[in-house]
Design a protein around this ligand. Sequence first.
Ligand code: 13P
Length: 251
Amino acid sequence: MRQQIVAGNWKMSKNLEEGLELTKSILEKIDKPKGLVILAPPFLHLREVGKIIRVRKHFHLAAQNCHHEEKGAFTGEVSAPMLASGGVEFVILGHSERREYFKEKNALLAQKVNMVLANGMRPIFCCGEPLHIRDVNTHIGYVAKQLKGGLFHLNEEDFRKVVIAYEPIWAIGTGRTASAQQAQEMHAAIRVLIAKRYGKPLADETTILYGGSVNAANAAEIFGMPDVDGGLVGGASLKADDFAAIVAGLK
Ligand code: 13P
């Protein structure tokens, strides 16, 4: 089902106490959201943040990553079954920071996607091009490759559970947002790709979020685009007022 979503990706920010404070102020400031609000705090915070948001409808918990194997000798890693057992419902996968700094490739991401789904959670699958690709106008082909390599192996039933997040790398943490038209162009193109693989009805049902310097001032315009179903927010999700204003921008 196509859903309106704002997800806050805290990345590696906030200690536990600060994270719980932030969660409480977010809950205070968001009353009746027009869609789902997802919080993706660091691993350590998940349980406690989950306990706070559990009492509220519309609020959901996401992890920022997970390992591709179910269990084993992988010191320092966190598995999908662990996350599921801790009440996590969504897992962000393929964020450009994971792709760039941790060298995560599409084939590995496909395994992670499978692992998340096998454990009853939903992937938030990130895609998006670097600036040099945008500059030579091959961004749609670039994103198509990411989707084909990481997601399109799924059967229809599993694909239905996936949320896609388009995050152009040049817009992440730079203050340089894609224009609403640039976001719309890519989201529409992603829907065409999905339609080719899974058919138009499923493409129309897929939730596609935009990420990259979303803030209180630009959220409503970007979310107002016909193929944009909300956002994946980094920096601005760390301030309750800004995050609440972004959530208020959902259509
Ligand atoms: P910013 O909102 O800080 O640009 O980060 C976007 C992002 O990477 C969300 O996953």
